[in-house]
Unconditional design. Sequence first.
Length: 278
Amino acid sequence: MTLRNRLFAAASAAALTLVSAVAVAQTPPADPVSPAPTAADWAAIGKLPDWTGTWVPDISDQVRQITTNPVPWKPEVQKQVDFWTNEEKEGRPRGLLLDCLPHGMPSLALITHNASEFLFSPGRVTLLGESDGNRLRRIWTDGRKLPDDPDPSFHGYSVGHWEGDTLVVETKGILPQVYFAISEAVGIPTGGDTVIHERIHLIAPDTLADDLVIEAPHILTRPYETRRLSYRNRKRSYEIVEGVCRQGDFEEATDKWGNPVYKITHQQDGNILPPPVK
């Protein structure tokens, strides 16, 4: 091989090595695969505590908790809370939950007035909240770790594990616009740095306690520790039902073939009006 050919071969090999190194550097990390559950995984579900049935929150205890164990707001945030509290007292409540967006965490745990149910499956606990279908939490129990930088969402990214009959949960990745609410009219956006620790467990055959420690450095002077209670009811009349938040923005109609359809309600100056009274 001539000197020229040797130099060309060496340069080509170096270029190929560089291209390979760049390709490796740009290759995204492997996407872990969740294996199909085994018969043993399904059998293990039977060893978990019985959380079946419909769980109804203790609303009076929610109020009592806020009153006797006030949230440690930062001074500048307390001024905002006082303003919205006074607006509510004066008959001008803001109505945090009227825009069809999910409650989000921690408000879903702190102030929801709707019933819920738990579904156990291998590697996951799913919480379904009554009313709009966006009251949904997935708590991963398959041993995964919390992502370093999860995509923000209303209810955040939750991982958990069982310590005996207690489900221990950690949640982060909550959107900054989500409220830390103390009522349906008073709440402050968390600011996006919230981390929530929960210990969910039965304290009586039909009483479920959710012990929370909420870290929200953007608005709190220290972590907030509180408890929320729910009571089980097995009657079918208490089963959670479907609700569609925006259904009231539509009215019943028929298309040109006579099929029943929904159409957007009439509008005025860009505002959606309720369906006309028939």
